[in-house]
Design a protein around this ligand. Sequence first.
Ligand code: PEP
Length: 259
Amino acid sequence: MTPDVRPLVAGNWKMNGTRQSLGEIKAMAEGVLGPLSEQVDTLLCPPMTLLYVATALCTDSPLMVGAQDCHQKTCGAHTGDISAEMIADCFGTHVIVGHSERRTDHGETDHIVRDKACAAHEAELTAIICIGETENQRDAYETLDVLRRQLLGSVPEGATAENTVIAYEPVWAIGSGVTPTSEDVAVAHAFMRSELIRRFGEEGKMMRLLYGGSVKPDNAAKLMSIDNVDGALIGGASLKAEDFLAIYGVYEGLIAETL
Ligand code: PEP
């Protein structure tokens, strides 16, 4: 955790979920009603097909709803793509950009990710910019170099603590059930914090740094208690309301410990 930075617990459903899953969204929306929501933000990024109905389900809930990607242009001949404006039009508040699955499956470069983040900002969305090293890069001790390069390349000049969240997601930890050690997460997050402060000053101090990669109810407290870890980006464990809410719930204890 970072003093004075409000944690964010965010779910990424990836290409999962149909109308049959709306019960889970409803359960999440109801499950986050309560005093903890005054101190911790929650967000769910379902597939685009469920975005509008999800925002409707969350109108009376602090659970925010976002998308998993946007195009870098505002409109035009880009068959199959979704603009940031369209997400905002469905009452989405956030968009994930640069997830490693998009960098790999769709050849997205840092430059494209930065343009997508800019498009998100223009539509008044918060961009969740994902960065992280591959297994080979980790084994070659290149993690911090990769993080520096991706932060520089993917985070636009106009980034503020309000419109930008950084998610550190080691590629080898995503969906694998394996997480880095607490020490490794602490080193990566401290490094990202110092890079952001160097570039953005006070804003960099307050920018939220999420950890993502195999976060589960049983490891969340350990991961979320690490310095400069200001929440989680959760894939698999966000598909079930029970697991998502259990991860959110670890903040009850963590906040109590800081008092
Ligand atoms: C993700 O895809 O952003 C992610 C962190 O997935 P998982 O939690 O399943 O590792």
